[in-house]
Design a protein around this ligand. Sequence first.
Ligand code: C5P
Length: 231
Amino acid sequence: SGYWVIVPAAGAGRRMGADRPKQYLPLLGRPILSLTLRNILTWPGVAGVVVAISPTDSDFEHLPESRDSRVQQVHGGAERADSVLAALNFLASKVAPDTQVLVHDAARPCVAVEDIEALLAAEASSALLAKPASDTVKLARVGNEDVTSVKKTLDRSRIWLAQTPQRAPLGELHRALREALERGDPVTDEASALEFAGKSPQLVKGRSDNFKVTHPEDIPLAEAVLRLRFA
Ligand code: C5P
């Protein structure tokens, strides 16, 4: 019994502009992935963790958490979704299809245990932590360019920003993700794969300090949150 956690940690983290993948950048002197795994291993009811690492990764084996008997590793793929699928393939050979799986980004070390409890308690078969938008949201004319302009303003009252963990039964998520990738659907998180399969995952209100460490300016913010939470 208990649920499994999948941690995609096979990314290059180019937006950080650092000399190593961002999951290995130090926060308070410890690699982000180490902090994230240490956090996950305290969640109530966690049965095991599958970490997807890059085939060229030479850092993971040096983390103390990699030697925890509950932690398994697989090789990730080219995109985040490929890394998650590799972990799901591994889990499918190990546990029953109705086992609950939580997928959590390596780069979100600050998630609070209260949010995990809320996600586990959500009634729907699949659910994700998400944050109602606090800023007004603009749809741009062209995507993520340095110079662009507003196409229109979206209805903020219905905008939620997806976080992780995202939870679903193993069999359901495995099938949805495999089929979405086979079709070439744009899968950017687990919920989107479930949506392409016709499901409507429940949105569970999370906290803004569960941000994804992405840009250099996120590092001192994450350190401040970690100091408060785990000191
Ligand atoms: O790059 P981004 O911030 O979207 O990555 C989110 C998470 O997915 C990170 O923890 C990253 O390591 C992981 N990832 C992965 N395999 C990839 C790309 C990203 O596991 N090919």
